[in-house]
Write a protein of this length. Structure first.
Length: 269
């Protein structure tokens, strides 16, 4: 398998660490120019693939015709790079699904995929129950209420700092209550689960989102309730935070690894 990763932050490194025991034949890393020198020195790459290529040129990645491209670099990378990989006919996994709250970008990605017959793959990320929510959405318009709870440190550097003093919280603080679309816009690194629920139920504006900073939280809790004509259900997961990025759940990387394995299983050797 030839795998390409866009971005090499905490999620990308977690994928490469897992590949150490399940290597691919070829691995292409697309990173910023400034990160190439540091990335080259990462010994984990040598265990992840027989051949590793590190580049800051998207054209080089596309020319290599990888079997699967995995985006794990944030919203800006989705808008800047993923339309091109899809237009080139490369199956592309997008984990920064909050970027799809922009209707124009979503349409551009869908259009590029349809024109080239590539697959735009949206993994579940840190949440479960997406299959049931998607099924209920075929019957009517489900109403979804989501609560995302993380420790105060996970909200540093975000708009939450303008609503409360994260350093001195003594009790849980709900600092955002609004739509999934607004949550994706204001908290692009923290609201991808809300965006995943919105995509599954068919509306960024019908998912109510509450974001909470809890000084007693040790990980990232995701909880949602669904009311639909076909039934109701609730789902909760308490996910461990990534060691390299407290904003991200460990399970997010494994969701991408699942997609990598699914693609690898389809390849004929």
């Amino acid at each position: 398998m030839h795998l390409a990763l866009i971005g090499y932050g905490s999620i990308g490194r977690a994928i490469v660490a897992w590949l150490g025991a399940h290597p691919v034949s070829d691995l292409t890393l697309f990173v910023r120019s400034a990160a190439i020198g540091k990335t080259v020195k990462d010994e984990a790459l040598g265990r992840a693939a027989d051949t590793v290529q590190i580049t800051d040129d998207l054209g080089t990645l596309i020319a290599g015709a990888p079997d699967l491209v995995v985006e794990c670099a944030g919203h800006s990378s989705v808008s800047t790079h993923c339309p091109e990989t899809l237009a080139a006919g490369l199956d592309t996994v997008v984990i920064s699904v909050g970027a799809l709250a922009d209707p124009a970008l979503y349409a551009a990605l869908e259009g590029a995929a349809k024109a080239s017959s590539a697959h735009l793959i949206l993994p579940a990320g840190a949440i479960g129950g997406i299959d049931l929510l998607s099924a209920l959405a075929l019957v009517d318009e489900p109403h979804v209420s989501y609560r995302g709870t993380k420790p105060p440190a996970a909200w540093r550097g975000t708009a939450a700092e303008g609503t409360c003093d994260l350093s001195y919280l003594s009790a849980p603080k709900t600092f955002f209550d609004g739509s999934a679309r607004e949550a994706a816009r204001l908290y692009p690194k923290n609201a991808n689960v809300a965006a995943t629920l919105a995509l599954a139920c068919g509306s960024f504006d019908r998912v109510r989102v509450q974001l909470i900073a809890d000084p007693t939280a040790t990980g990232n809790a995701h909880q949602y309730e669904v009311r639909a004509q076909g039934g109701t259900f609730a789902f909760r997961t308490d996910a461990a935070a990534s060691s390299g990025n407290v904003k991200t759940s460990v399970s997010t990387a494994y969701s991408l690894i699942r997609e990598i394995n699914r693609k690898r299983a389809t390849l004929v050797i």
